[in-house]
Structure formats: C-alpha cells, structure tokens
Design a protein around this ligand. Structure first.
Ligand code: NDP
Length: 297
C-alpha cells in the first residue's frame, strides 16, 4: 500500500494551530502583520500574492498588499522596504520573486530586516540555518519536514537524495536534513543538472525530494522499492484543457507510486505546506519582535 501524503490536511492542521497562536498574540494586543511587496505584472506572481493575502486573513494575520509598478526605478522598491523595516506594526516582509531585471535580487534580500525576513532568505538567516541556529526556516523545506513528521518519518540515518540545489528549495532542504537535530541527521546527496547518472543516485535513496522544475523527471524506474517521494515541482505543460495547460510535478506520479511507500501528489502535497509555513514564520516573527511567547505547531 502506498500512502498518499495529504499536504492539504497537514497544512489545515498547521493553520488551525496557528490561529490559536494568533489569538494569544491578539490577547496581548499584538496584531501579527505581514507586508507582501509585489513589483511585477506577471499574473502568476499576482496570484501567489493574493493567495498569501487570503491565507493570512484566514488565520487572523493582518496582510498589507504593497504594489510597485514593474517599471518603477529600483530605488522605489528599496525605499519601500526601508519604510516597512522601520514600521513597528509590520512583523514580516515578503518581496514576491522574481523582481524585474533592473532590480538586484540579492540586494533586495539583503535590504530586508533579518527579524522581518519571513522567507528566511537574508544571508544572516541563511547563515543561521547552516549553523544550526535557524531563526526562520525557509517555507518549502520546513513544510516538507512537517510532511515527514505527519507520516512518522524520522530522517535520522536515512539516505536522502535532493534533486535541485536552488537557494529556496534544494540547498535549505539539504541543510535542514543534515543538521544534528530533530528532523535532521540524514545522509544527504544533492543532485543538479551536472550530476552524472541521476537515476543511479536516486535508486540508492530511502527518500527522494524532487525540486528540479523538470516535468516528470523522476519516474518509478529511478526509485528503490519502498522509497518515500516528495514532489516539489510545479510545472506548466501544454494540455488539452480549458486553460490550455496543466500543472505537473517533477515526478511521474503513476510509475513512482507503484514503487513508493509514500508519495506527495501535485497539487495537494508540498504547495499547501509552503503557504502554511509562511504563516508560521509570520506568527513567529510577531512573537519574537513583540516578546509575546506563543506555542508553534
Ligand atoms: P530552480 O530552477 O531555481 O532550481 C532547479 C534545480 O534543479 C537547479 O539546481 C538545477 O540544476 C536542477 N536541475 C534542473 N534540471 C535538472 C536535471 N535534469 N537533473 C537534475 N537536476 C536538475 O527551481 P526551484 O528550486 O525554485 O523550484 C523547483 C521546482 O519546484 C519548480 O517546479 C518550482 O515551480 C517548484 N516549487 C514549488 C514550490 C511549492 O511550494 N510547491 C515552492 C518552490 C518551488 P543547476 O543548479 O545545475 O541549474
């Protein structure tokens, strides 16, 4: 029997517990507040931002929706971030990526106050994560750790292959899994586009986390019997649907499910967890900055 890991259900559970933490904060006259900053006309980015706004409202987090014209000078974005850094009512700041080409992305990440950096991408927060003293864990890998917990999977001693080495998924996932800490202690191999014989690596793995952005890159023939498979990928491929496309993961679900002991679906696996963990980091940010202790899920 293959367990289908229900990200929607786990995320709903996290949100419910966070709503209680928000109540605790509100009882102490603290309104946790997230500012999202969008500097883009890309419809996908707009959709992501509005989902984040809605998610906040659902658990009682106040959401500010800051928009900057995509052709505005870069300084307008930096001044906006400075204002939000200085605004004591704002606990978390999220700049929706990608920013336009004329804006230096790394400079944007560095400009956010690390205490308000709820994505966890500021170099100080990346450094703390690597050093085993994370302030805010990046949302997608943190959400995947929660999915492991939900199926009682302790990564300790397991061979894990992470496919992808991006700063937002692959690298922080690997860093979390090698920590000498709960939810870590795995033996991790990180693969990428220059990896020789990917299938040979994934076949050795107890757990495969696929985050390459390549539709159905990992199939059943690349897995060992009983592997746990986490599909991070969200890829738009042409399809005979109303919209003219469909979203597929980085894993060929049907063949992988035949081999796997547990697998995440797309949609309904990792995606809902990424969204829930942003709320988690925002509640944590409010709790830290306002010095009101709360329980976190
Ligand atoms: P990036 O494009 O930043 O990184 C992709 C990584 O995969 C790179 O390290 C790349 O290698 C590697 N890669 C590409 N092709 C191959 C290949 N054939 N074999 C092995 N490795 C390969 O992507 P992201 O990490 O941002 O995202 C990955 C996927 O996850 C995307 O589909 C994205 O949409 C999705 N995503 C989903 C989220 C969710 O919440 N569900 C959240 C974030 C992302 P190299 O470094 O050598 O180029």
């Amino acid at each position: 029997m293959t367990t289908v890991i229900d990200g929607k259900a786990v995320a709903a559970d996290v949100r419910e517990q966070l709503a209680n933490s928000v109540d605790t904060l509100r009882d102490a006259d603290v309104t946790p507040t997230l500012a999202t900053v969008l500097m883009s006309d890309d419809p996908a980015s707009e959709t992501y931002v509005s989902m984040k706004q809605r998610d906040c409202e659902e658990v009682g987090i106040e959401a500010r929706d800051v928009r900057i014209s995509a052709d505005a000078p870069a300084d307008e974005l930096f001044e906006t971030i400075e204002d939000l850094n200085a605004d004591t009512d704002v606990d978390g700041i999220l700049v929706q990526m990608p920013v336009p080409d004329h804006v230096d992305k790394q400079a944007v990440l560095r400009s956010i106050d690390p205490e308000k950096d709820v994505d966890g991408f500021h170099p100080e927060n990346v450094g703390r994560l690597v050093a085993g003293d994370a302030r805010y864990k990046p949302c997608t890998p943190h959400g995947i750790q929660k999915l492991f917990e939900s199926i009682d999977l302790d990564p300790e001693g397991k061979d894990v292959v992470v496919v992808g080495r991006s700063d937002i998924v692959g690298k922080p996932m690997a860093n979390l899994l090698i920590q000498k800490a709960e939810g870590g202690n795995a033996t991790v191999t990180v693969c990428h586009s220059r990896t020789r014989d990917l299938a040979e690596k994934t076949r050795q793995a107890d757990v495969v986390v696929a985050a390459a952005g390549v539709p159905e890159l990992v199939d059943g023939s690349m897995l060992s019997e009983g592997a746990v498979v986490v599909d991070v990928g969200v890829n738009r491929v042409d399809a005979d649907t109303e919209k003219g496309y469909e979203l597929v993961g980085d894993v060929d679900y049907d063949s992988a499910a035949e081999k796997a002991s547990a697998i995440t679906p797309v949609p309904g696996g990792v995606g809902p967890m990424t969204r829930a963990m942003l709320l988690y980091n925002t509640v944590k940010a409010a709790s830290r900055q306002e010095d009101v202790p709360v329980e976190l899920p």
